[in-house]
Design a protein around this ligand. Sequence first.
Ligand SMILES: Nc1ncnc2c1ncn2[C@@H]1O[C@H](COP(=O)(O)OP(=O)(O)OP(=O)(O)O)[C@@H](O)[C@H]1O
Ligand SMILES: [Mg+2]
Length: 245
Amino acid sequence: MPAPTLNGQDPMIAVANLRKSFRSGDRTVEALRGVTCTIDRGRCAFVVGPSGSGKSTLLYLLGALDTPTSGSIRVDGLDLGSMSESQANAYRRDQVGFIFQSFNLIANLTAVENVLIPFFPLGVTAEHRARAIHLLEQVGLGHRLDHRPRALSGGEQQRVAIARALVKQPKLLLADEPTGELDSRTGDEIYRILRRLQAERQTTLVVVTHDRRFITPNDQVLEIQDGQLVADLPVQPDSSLAKTR
Ligand SMILES: Nc1ncnc2c1ncn2[C@@H]1O[C@H](COP(=O)(O)OP(=O)(O)OP(=O)(O)O)[C@@H](O)[C@H]1O
Ligand SMILES: [Mg+2]
């Protein structure tokens, strides 16, 4: 049974005893060493911690882009560990938007085409295309629709990657350092877009960041060190840190 949360509802995300090891040569790297947490629906949860602590690994597992060594993950009632291959594909395709640490745009496609990538397997409709153009306009790239990535700045490429993550209107958005390579003004803009999405669609956001200035009082902060959750804090209005739940 998923753990109930403070507001009594089932959480959007329930992670229990999550472990992930990687083999590299004759060494085993324990990237996650027993992480347990819940994230409420419509919440913005920030994952913070030092480089190499396991933040991206956690995000990949939440997005079913990789499988855990042990432990369980439930997202919106779905047990990711017991999904068939086709259920996993449907989950990744329909329910999750992913903004990667590197933008992962395809060089020979235009901005609009890059946003439409999630629809390629099943076919792009006129409605999809209109939605992609609208999203690019919303992120301030209405004048860059037909530019290829090399003709876009880093911030513009990241905004294309964000539009691509949003085009499916996912109920869960996973973002790995979405503003890592951006100047602060563009970073502010990206967070305005993410917050609007959260407010308008009740999207649940899980965002890895090194930059705590975007964290607000209603957010959850999950701090990871060396593969373990060392703090799970609701932020208080008067400070950036608060007591443990
Ligand atoms: N595919 C892999 N094979 C082997 N080791 C891996 C693999 N992916 C991650 N690791 C190791 O697992 C640990 C956690 O990596 P992870 O990418 O999750 O860190 P991170 O917290 O996202 O770091 P950063 O802030 O630098 O992005 C690191 O020691 C990393 O080297
Ligand atoms: Mg990372």
